[in-house]
Ligand binder design. Structure first.
Ligand SMILES: *Cc1c(COP(=O)(O)O)cnc(C)c1O
Length: 383
């Protein structure tokens, strides 16, 4: 059997180990230290727009703190893109609040501004104005941020930007992760850069970021003994992990280039296969980091190959591919939760597949993937 080709695996640069070694040499083995400060500075500089950053133990923890900072409480409603990873929605439940799921638009696969507006109007009509909007940039593709922000501003509802998959992406030249009142990033093992596990909370509001660091370190008041006037959390990033992050920040622009190049290779390979559509940047306003290259396998014109057939054909060749995120309103754990849409994300889920997209894929790996795709989708044509 050929070696496994992963969907997206960690890809270290040259200096990660040096930063980690420095943490060991100086005995900064704790959830604070020079690497944590350095990583936060690197991220803030990269994102621009006067942002401040708190490095945390995960993207999920960052979303939880974002909702706490916005005062989300039991009984509140929070609007959330349905098509996403469960970590976008779970923190709503942590707070005892109710998620209200919103469909995707076909163009970006992200939150539909029209269904967002419809959802807000209907919730207000029913007597509860939602307290926050969680928008996601799937696979690195920017959501239609002008229209999302316009709807949010019109109703004065704060936006939490889940940019876990979108570090390095831009909308109208501005980094994703700088649009929300609060934004989150993830550095889990399969993301575009990783700290093995980790996340960050981002905001232009420095007070919020200071408060996040306070809450993330058990909310300890200034006193010689342990004194608490808030419920605290243990959500800070370790100085060892932050060392990996500092090394990864040195190669982030390269990683974006490498992932975008994968996408171009797939695009070229699919040029002659009308049954496959790629997740496209709608126009020059959209710049995706191409965290994952994703396709829709169409079943029109009597085409015989569906998404699952293709996925299994790749699996047989030891190539990992994965269906798109299953929408949250279809998840058993969120059964009965309100959903506003026309089923666009359900159709995307049925047809969508993420292809191997790591920045560390070799030419040989990519050729193997192309060959397997060709064989399955177009067996009559010799690649
Ligand atoms: C990975 C991811 C998260 C969660 O990040 P963790 O660091 O794994 O907790 C949240 N939202 C989306 C869309 C993600 O892809």
């Amino acid at each position: 059997m050929d070696q496994k080709i992963w969907l997206s695996s960690p890809h270290m640069g040259e200096n990660e180990f040096n930063f980690v070694k420095e943490a060991f040499d100086t005995n900064w083995i704790a959830p604070l230290g020079p690497n944590v400060d350095g990583f936060e500075n690197d991220l803030a500089t990269y994102l621009g727009q006067g942002t401040h950053v708190a490095a945390l133990s995960s993207g999920t923890a960052a979303l939880h703190l974002a909702l706490i900072l916005l005062g989300i409480q039991a009984g509140d409603e929070v609007l959330c893109q349905s098509m996403t990873f469960s970590a976008s929605a779970n923190p709503i439940a942590y707070q005892g609040a109710t998620p209200i799921f919103v469909d995707s638009e076909a163009q970006t696969w992200n939150m539909s501004p029209d269904f967002l507006e419809a959802a807000i109007q209907d919730r207000i009509r029913k007597g509860t104005k939602p307290k926050a909007i969680i928008v996601v940039h799937l696979y690195g593709m920017p959501a239609d941020m002008d229209r999302i922000m316009a709807v949010a501003d019109k109703h004065a509802i704060p936006v939490v930007e889940d940019a876990a998959e979108a570090l390095g992406s831009m909308y109208k030249g501005r980094a994703l992760g700088t649009f929300g009142a609060l934004s989150i990033l993830s550095f889990n093992g399969n993301k575009i850069i990783t700290t093995s596990g980790g996340g960050a909370l981002v905001s232009a509001n420095e007070e919020w970021i200071k408060q996040a660091r306070f809450l993330a370190t058990q909310a300890r008041d200034a006193a010689p003994h342990y004194q608490h006037s808030h419920i605290g959390y243990n959500y800070r990033m370790s100085n060892v992990c932050a060392g990996i992050g500092r090394g990864q920040m040195e190669v982030l622009p390269l990683r974006v280039q490498q992932r975008r190049k994968n996408f171009e290779r797939y695009k070229e390979a699919f040029r002659l296969l009308p049954d496959v559509q790629l997740q496209q940047e709608p126009n020059e306003d959209y710049y995706s980091n191409r965290w994952l290259s994703a396709i829709l396998v169409n079943d029109h014109n009597g085409a015989t190959v569906d998404r699952e057939t293709l996925r299994l054909a790749l699996e047989k060749k030891n190539i990992e591919a994965r269906p798109l995120w299953k929408p949250m309103h279809l998840q058993p754990v969120f059964a009965g939760t309100p959903f506003y849409g026309d089923g666009t994300c359900e159709r995307l889920f049925e047809k969508g597949l993420c292809l191997p997209s790591g920045s560390n894929l070799s030419e040989v790996d990519l050729s193997r993937v192309m060959q397997a795709l060709q064989e399955c989708l177009n067996p009559g044509v010799v690649a």
